[in-house]
Design a protein around this ligand. Structure first.
Ligand code: CMC
Length: 443
């Protein structure tokens, strides 16, 4: 007898829906699957085979592309959990490496497990020395995200001993390498852009501290990591660690579904994250706030955001899944004040401006009707600016934090026995068959 995996036993507890084809009068029963939380899903895997129809869902607004145990979002209420732990709980209490372990292994680590995991991450932070020369090929004014895409992709040319995705040990080493090397790669991208020497990682510092030191230290003086900045960095990393099937994660999964190596898949994820509709929004928010400049100009920009003939959108507002306050934005809004306080920034006009913009937008019928709330990117940039990061590094920080989500989701997919290559279909709207016309006969 075939074993039923726990996955299908859980999922198939549901009912079915009936599809009626009015053109032919035929009826088809489609199974309904039920997860541990969230809406039920209609299983259409056999739809084409049984009915000859595809479904049409550009942008995947109604399509679950996979099953997953990592992250749960209830966008109507504004809930985000990783393996059951709320993001508020993790942001308040967990170190980023603990969240990495949780995403990779499904449980928080005990002391011994954490020490071991920390050791693996710490001892993979250095880059192959040859990789340093890659940076020199870039213009100094290259956007650091461009450097990230290239250098992370290039890891597959250096770490051949962890690209065999069929070997669980190599998969594990690749995940450790990616999590560990991202801060080094990101800090080097920054250092290159400001013309300062690269700073090597240090094993006596924790993940957030090490990244801050590699970014901000210079060889001519001792760099001491301020605890308030390290705490803020840790919280930002935790808040961005994973977010179920967003554009970049779906990109990583689809790239990985062809059995491509994880370094190449994560490079694809970084490329997808870069866009202003996704991770690039944190940079765009700060640029927008600087463009607005003062509170008396807010109404002008709100008007533009509502004008369908104007491409301007209120950056950091709206979300495909959250139709309520993004819980990450709520944490960041609070912690923004705390960080500014801790860093002795008495007055940050951009924060006042952002809060006023939020107040006005949330009272505006257009935003209320469409359930457009601040998302994670709305307040993160102000915190990062106070910590000393230039705007061009904001999306890099998002990529650094999200790397763990990408590799954990990739690992989950590769280890899923039902995994198949991702291959969407299409609704074809082009010409039907026609015959080649010689050039001399074309009008
Ligand atoms: N400003 C003005 N109008 C907006 C905005 C906005 N920021 N976001 C959505 N709308 C309107 C949109 O025009 C549409 O109006 P209508 O129904 O009249 O046509 C309605 O709200 C629904 O929007 P949509 O574009 O169909 O929603 P979507 O789920 O396809 O897009 C989004 C989601 C995040 C891309 C979009 O809200 C947006 O562009 N926001 C600004 C960029 C941003 O902040 N991105 C970060 C997202 S969160 C972090 C991450 O994913 O990295």
């Amino acid at each position: 007898m075939q074993q039923t995996s726990p996955k299908s036993a859980e999922a198939q507890a549901g009912d079915h829906v009936t599809l009626i084809d009015h053109a032919t009068g035929r009826q088809f029963d489609l199974p309904v699957l039920e997860g541990t939380d969230g809406p039920k899903v209609i299983d259409i895997r056999r739809l084409y085979r049984d009915t000859g129809y595809f479904t049409y869902d550009p942008g995947f607004t109604s399509t679950a592309s996979c099953d997953s145990r990592l992250t749960f979002i209830d966008g109507e209420v504004g809930i985000l959990r990783h393996h059951g732990y709320s993001i508020e709980d993790l942001a308040a209490n967990a170190r980023f490496v603990e969240v990495c372990y949780l995403l990779l292994h499904g449980e928080l680590p005990n002391k011994k497990e954490l020490d071991e995991f920390d050791h693996h991450i710490t001892y993979h932070t250095m880059l192959h020395e040859q990789l340093n020369y890659f940076y020199r090929g870039f213009r100094r004014d290259a956007h650091p995200m461009a450097i990230m895409v290239a250098v992370v992709g290039a890891l597959s040319a250096f770490y051949h001993d962890s690209t065999d995705i069929t070997d669980p040990y190599q998969r594990m080493v690749a995940t450790h390498r990616l999590i560990a090397k991202m801060p080094t790669i990101a800090a080097m991208a920054y250092k290159y852009s400001v013309g300062q020497p690269f700073v090597y990682p240090r094993n006596d510092l924790d993940y957030a501290e090490n990244f801050l030191r590699m970014t901000f230290a210079v060889p001519c003086e001792e760099y001491v990591v301020k605890p308030a900045v390290a705490r803020a960095m840790n919280r930002i990393l935790v808040l961005h660690a994973d977010h179920e099937q967003n554009a970049s994660t779906a990109t990583v999964r689809i790239a990985g579904s062809s059995a491509a190596n994880p370094f190449a898949c994560v490079a694809a994820g970084i490329a997808s994250l870069w866009g202003p509709a996704h991770g690039g929004a944190n940079e765009a928010v700060l640029n927008m706030l600087m463009q607005i400049g003062s509170k008396d100009r807010i109404s002008e920009f709100i008007k533009r955001a509502k004008d369908k003939n104007d491409p301007f959108r209120l950056m950091g507002f709206g979300h495909r899944v959250y139709k309520n306050y993004d819980p990450r934005a709520a944490v960041l809004r609070e912690s923004c004040h705390e960080v500014l306080n801790d860093l002795g920034v008495a007055d940050e006009p951009l924060l006042d401006l952002a809060m006023e913009l939020e107040r006005i937008a949330r009272e505006d019928e257009y935003f209320v009707e469409r359930k457009l709330f601040p998302n994670v990117d709305f307040y993160s940039g102000i915190t990062l600016k106070a910590m000393g990061f230039p705007t061009s590094m904001f999306t890099v920080l998002f990529a650094l934090a999200r790397s763990v989500g990408w590799v954990a989701q990739w690992k989950e997919m590769i280890e899923d026995p039902d995994q198949r290559i991702g291959r969407p279909r299409q609704l074809y709207l082009g010409e039907t068959a026609r015959t080649y016309v010689p050039l001399s006969e074309r009008g």
